[in-house]
Design a protein around this ligand. Structure first.
Ligand code: SF4
Length: 342
């Protein structure tokens, strides 16, 4: 829903401000699917607004479910024809995490990432970002389930679209709209230092995750061009500032690439990077999902890497894989129209 256009339409009609709140309630809380669902409005107002503002700003073209049923991927088309993807990961128990996109494509060109091959088309608006959560919430509601967590780990680099991303966080967190606690919202960055410093000063204390994927600059520069502008030392200095200001634990994401970053030396270098604040860093070891560039480290290699880190006293987990069979796993998101070009 385009809230700015809706606010203007209601002001033009000299409607009271609470009319906007009623529409927000129908959209974000009741998860209505059309203007007909704003039952607190008159029929005339519903029809007038429906004629000029679409209920949703995106249409859902495809829903794919993994064979295990624990991952659901949505292909969404924006009003300008841009396509994006978002994913629900259904954990054991009642936890349902939605992984959302913040840009159409991404300019950061990380070598292991399918989105990175697309280049950047444009930033998404806060409304478009939030709408991905709404689409997921409607899907879950039909199955008596709810969105419990949101991660900005889909297509795009959140720090390159900081204002709209934070606007979307405020919308998701607003008690009058989606009411999702900030502790259930995570933003992941490839390491844009100014964005991390801005987040450190933001009163909204969302979780921060860093796509690190290496223990040395030599390795990281080979797989992540961003490392030239923000090498590991500069990056972790910014993360330390974030830690000092927030005292919140930071997640370091580590995709395992065979023969590239899975050696004992790399594990030792990684442990050394975090040794000054071991209690505030947590490493997440992740299987690399095929995007046609590298080979993944086999499970025993990943388990060994985790062991090496544990021996060094690093807090670490070996993350479970979701949705590899429907190209919905970490690093695999890319809309088909662009995949064909890459
Ligand atoms: S990993 Fe993230 S920052 Fe890197 S290219 Fe992919 S979407 Fe962009």
């Amino acid at each position: 829903m385009n809230l700015i256009a809706l606010g203007e339409a209601l002001r033009d009609r000299k409607e009271k401000p609470y009319r906007l709140e009623q529409a927000k309630q129908a959209y974000y809380v009741s998860l209505g699917t059309s203007w007909e669902d704003v039952t607190s409005w008159s029929k005339q107002l519903r029809e007038e607004v429906a004629a000029i503002i679409p209920w949703d700003t995106m249409t859902c073209n495809q829903v794919q479910e993994s064979a295990q049923g624990d991952t659901i991927k949505f292909l969404l088309t924006c009003t300008d024809g841009s396509k994006i993807e978002s994913v629900i990961m259904r954990h054991k128990g009642d936890r349902n995490t939605v992984c959302i996109s913040c840009q159409v494509g991404c300019p950061m060109a990380c070598a292991f990432c399918a989105t990175g091959k697309m280049g950047l088309t444009r930033n998404l608006t806060a409304d478009e970002i939030v709408e991905q959560v709404i689409v997921a919430a409607r899907w879950l509601q039909e199955r008596d389930a709810k969105v419990t967590n949101v991660v900005y780990m889909g297509m795009g680099e959140p720090m390159n679209n900081y204002e709209e991303v934070m606007k979307s966080v405020r919308l998701l967190n607003d008690p009058k709209t989606f009411a999702l606690g900030v502790r259930h919202i995570s933003i992941s960055t490839c390491g844009i230092v100014p964005g991390i410093l801005k987040l450190a000063d933001d009163p909204l204390r969302v979780n921060l995750a860093i796509s690190l994927h290496a223990g040395t600059d030599e390795t990281r520069s080979k797989i992540m061009p961003v490392n030239k502008a923000y090498p590991i030392k500069k990056l972790l200095q910014a993360v330390d500032t974030y830690l000092e200001k927030t005292n919140r634990k930071v997640l370091l994401e580590y995709l395992m690439l065979r023969g590239i970053n899975d050696t004992r030396e790399e594990a030792k270098a990684l442990a050394k990077l975090v040794q000054h604040k071991k209690h505030l860093y947590h490493v997440n070891v992740i299987k690399y999902h095929d995007t046609g560039v590298f080979t993944h480290t086999e499970e025993d290699g990943r388990v060994q890497f985790v062991e090496w880190l544990r021996e060094e006293g690093v807090q670490v987990t070996h993350r479970r894989t979701f949705g590899e069979d429907i190209s919905a796993a970490c690093g695999q998101l890319a809309t088909e129209s662009r995949k064909a070009k890459s």
